[in-house]
Design a protein around this ligand. Structure first.
Ligand SMILES: NC(=O)c1ccc[n+]([C@@H]2O[C@H](COP(=O)([O-])OP(=O)(O)OC[C@H]3O[C@@H](n4cnc5c(N)ncnc54)[C@H](O)[C@@H]3O)[C@@H](O)[C@H]2O)c1
Length: 422
């Protein structure tokens, strides 16, 4: 640890969190220092610049696995201390919130330890790699909530202004009765060149494209419609690339550029134990039918997180590759004038979160969703409300149930009622 963040016991830590006033500084410890570690660090550092937060943020400690790298990471992003032992973060009396940015199989152990120590937890998605882990996390969060401890999940796309605005349009009834939800999240970095990073190991990831990408669009579909999936009618699960190069440690988290074999020696290969793609059909309680598709081998689609809702009064369509825009069809206007319109969701007076950033049409990027999520988390812990609903562990568990139902449906080759998945 660069400077010790762990001098006091977890018992006194839990007392200090619970007794913290709603305007006291929020002292944050982060676990994980790579892709999400960077995205979250940027958000913790910048939310206080863009938003008037109810509490100041203190970036107290960062935890990674390699001492030197973690120390450098802490210096670069503004964390006061660093450690290679995440348990020090959880036990520290100087930390009020633990931010979990590690591979999926570690979410449960880290989050539950933090909640039990009286710390608020913000955990990356999917909630966990397995339904059992997710259930244990939901239960630990429910127990902690009774003592005033909160949980949050980084379904960051909810805070893209166009999607937050779409949520508001649906809530106001502007789409009428929703008949269709059409969602796909397509990437193409999973070609055979990509080494066997943790994302291809079911023990660490739980699943492949499914938990990684379908988790996002299931959450978005639930968030936008305000409705719940009642049945997965059918599903397909496929692993196209079954063997991949083993690398010591992939430097680049999700891309194939890292750890390429040098020289002529045949690379050592290992088995991928997750899906590369999962597609499924579902029904919502309110009567809508839905299709979901996630793939890491959808060549030409770099990060196509796309969702469309069709209602009897209108439709919306969103594609993250054009994240500042929302497509809108108003079916209530005069026939002949109807058509898709492109709304630039960059107007502070009309579109959520934009007020904190730039003038109209000075677009936002990927990182702003995380910055806005930090703002909502800090304000909620200061007694305020988020601009749009924030998922906690109980909410993310519902998304995990849908993920599980889809896997069961694919493997059993039949429909799965959500009531069967508990
Ligand atoms: N919200 C999003 O859009 C989004 C995007 C990418 C990833 N994620 C999620 O974020 C999580 C992390 O993914 P990532 O892309 O950052 O992965 P990554 O491989 O880039 O980083 C994982 C980090 O965890 C650290 N780590 C692993 N074991 C550790 C341990 N025992 N103690 C401390 N640190 C440990 C690694 O050193 C690394 O810094 C995953 O759950 C993933 O699904 C979410």
């Amino acid at each position: 640890m660069a400077k010790s963040a762990s001098k006091k016991s977890s018992k006194s830590a839990s007392r200090s969190t619970r007794s913290a006033s709603k305007s006291a500084p929020l002292r944050v410890g982060i676990i994980g220092t790579s892709f999400m570690g960077r995205a979250h660090s940027n958000a913790w550092a910048n939310a206080p610049h863009f938003f008037d937060l109810r509490r100041p943020v203190v970036m107290e400690a960062a935890s990674g696995r390699n001492g030197q790298q973690t120390c450098r990471f802490a210096e670069q992003w503004g964390w006061r201390t660093s450690t290679t032992d995440w348990r020090e973060i959880v036990a520290s009396a100087d930390i009020d919130l633990v931010d979990v940015c590690t591979p999926n199989h570690l979410h449960a152990e880290m989050s539950i330890a933090a909640l039990d120590a009286g710390k608020h937890v913000s955990c990356e998605k999917p909630l966990a790699g397995t339904l059992d882990d997710a259930r244990a996390m939901r239960d630990a969060a429910a127990k902690a909530k009774r003592k005033g401890v909160r949980s949050f999940v980084w379904f960051n796309y909810r805070r893209v202004p166009a999607l937050a605005f779409a949520h508001q349009l649906v809530a106001k009834g502007r789409l009428g009765t929703i008949h269709h939800v059409r969602a796909n999240y397509l990437q193409d970095w999973g070609h055979p060149d990509t080494p066997l990073v943790w994302r291809f190991d079911s023990k660490q990831a739980g699943s492949g494209a499914h938990g990684d990408l379908n988790a996002h669009i299931i959450d978005l579909a639930r968030f936008l419609t305000g409705d719940e999936v009642t049945e997965v009618v059918g599903a397909v699960e496929e692993t196209f690339v079954t063997r991949r190069r083993i690398v010591e440690e992939a430097r680049v988290a999700i891309k194939g550029g890292a750890g390429r074999s040098k020289g002529k020696a045949a690379p050592k290969m290992g088995r991928s134990t997750v899906d590369d793609a999962v597609l499924f059909l579902a029904r919502f309680k309110g009567g809508a039918v839905a299709s979901f598709e996630a793939s890491r081998l959808a060549t030409g689609n770099l990060n196509r997180n796309m969702i469309e809702l069709n209602g009897d009064k209108g439709s919306i369509r969103f594609d993250f590759e054009r994240m500042n825009e929302l497509q809108w069809w108003d079916h209530t206007i005069e026939p002949g004038l109807r058509g898709w319109s492109r709304i630039m969701c960059t107007e502070a007076e009309h579109h959520p979160y934009v007020h904190a950033y730039w003038p109209a049409a000075h677009g936002l990027g990927y990182e702003h969703g995380f910055v806005s999520e930090v703002a909502d988390i800090v304000n909620m812990l200061g007694g305020g409300e988020p601009e749009v609903p924030m998922p906690d562990f109980a909410d993310a568990f519902e998304t995990q149930r849908v993920l599980e139902a889809a896997v069961l449906s694919a493997r059993e080759r039949g429909p799965i009622a959500l009531s069967q998945v508990k």
